[in-house]
Design a protein around this ligand. Sequence first.
Ligand code: C2E
Ligand code: MG
Ligand code: MG
Length: 592
Amino acid sequence: MQLYDEETRLEALYRLNLLDTAPSESFDRITRMASQIFDLPIAAVSLTDRDRQWFKSRIGVDHQSIPRDKAPCAQVAETASTLLIPDLQADSCYSSSLLAEQGVRFYAGVSLTTRDGHSLGALCVLGMVPRDASEREMAALDDLGKMVMSQIELQHAVGRLDPLSGLPNRTQFLDDLADLGRERPGERRLAALVDLARHEQVSNSLRVLGADYLDRIVRHAADAISGALGRGRTAYHVAATQFAFIAPPGVHEDDYVATVQQVFNRLREASKDRFAMSASLGLTPFIAGVTQPATVLRTAHSAAQEARSSPTMLSVYSAAADIAHQRRFRLLNDFASALEQEGQLSLVFQPRVDLETGRCIGAEALLRWQHPELGAISPAEFIPTVEQTTLAGPLTRWVLDMALAQAARWRAAGLDLRVSVNISAANLEDAGFAQQVQLQILKHRTRPEWLELEVTESAVMGNMAQASDLLGTLVEGGVHVAIDDFGTGHSSLAYLQKLPGRILKIDQAFIRDVTRGEREQTLVRSMVSLAHDLGYRVVAEGIETAEARDWLVAHGCDEGQGYFLGRPMSAEAFDTWLTATLAESNEVQAAA
Ligand code: C2E
Ligand code: MG
Ligand code: MG
């Protein structure tokens, strides 16, 4: 006889997610047949919960559930065997039950038993007069009970198998991890996640090649991964283009990483499609029964994302990288609301100075973010993340709006200052960007030549042709364009010639040490003369000392920016600073 354990039985029931679900014709059909075979008015698929009998399907019963206490179906569930009561009123156990009180006399119920031997409840028929049941009737009821179980298993599988790959899905992966935790608590194991492609890659290929193409790739990948794992090991299809699996027990982490790496290299070589070749793989160690299943999935996913920046495309979960990732994710999430709410984002302005005369000729607008909980976040941290998302457009729009409003205020105050705004690679890929800039200029009643847009070399290199078209349109319209951080990207003379911009900002890395080393001096000297030869005005970024400024003046650099000349300041502080420097230079002129 099987040992009866109510908790395990309940767990088996809960895992099927049947309780409190909607009625379903596939169950009702079976219940109707049971009632017809017995020619009885009442029949039900009755599931035994902790303290109630809940009816998945019912005929002739008004209630959705009844108390479990003294319900014959509960006895069926507890014993996992058939129960026949010809007359409830004559039965010592049930003569005082709720059913008997309501006039029910006859009961027959068969157990709804899972493959693992747990009884979920009963398929039962009830009558208002005492009677017996023939062997044929009971055999039929037994068959119908088994049909109910097939239906339950089928429904359960439908929610657990991915229809495209036929592999068990994320729900199953999480459940299997939970089972593993119960069966082998404390065991150290490894889980892996294969990510076929980056999100943008997926949406691009969907757009260009269609859903069928993607389906085919995913099916191929599912076959390849299942094949590589071999018999007896399960691959799970955990998201549209992601698969997971659990390493066998007892493997050594390093050995397993090496094996998996080899297998995936072979799969990549064997495959012709770009997707499988750019698959990344994340591994995460976990402790069965201790690490939450959802955490296993999340950390494996984090490792797979981290793997994207590794040459091997494989990475083992690291808590440090994960914290960094979570912070990036949070900043990204919060940036959207920062754009909408007032008070989190602001601009500071850093003076741009004509080196020969010392006169301030403009200012670079730099974004500042005061996060309500995390405090001040540096643009060097959040901008590279935000730039890679669809928020790149709204970010630049916001900055342009504020910067142009400031430019208009300066002009109104009689100040001849140009404002510089940094733009991202994503802006250059946006076909409507040039028009948007022109509209914003109009909206603020400013003139195109009061605005300068700064682009980095790498932003331009991404899509040279499109970028130079777009910048060309802006330059024709009168907007200035500057190449920012020159010297840090893949500087190429060929591309410099193709770009419409005529201002070049030498990156601060070169300026910082310009008074120190021979090499730095040679570099900056040749950058300046090369830029001049190509018709650029040259701006030095990051001037921190008087020596650096003097050296740059002596070597023909046109403009400068840096802490020595003026720090980035709020608009008000900038005005005060400007008044002070103007007064100072007037004094100098008067003295001369
Ligand atoms: P960037 O465009 O090259 O801006 C110059 C950065 O150098 C600014 O840093 C500025 O504060 C800093 N800096 C200026 N003078 C000196 C100096 O003498 N010494 C040193 N050590 N640093 C100096 P910040 O404001 O932290 O901005 C960093 C980068 O973030 C910017 O580099 C730019 O690439 C980006 N960024 C800032 N605001 C925006 C924006 O509104 N839009 C976009 N797309 N990017 C922005
Ligand atoms: Mg800049
Ligand atoms: Mg720069």
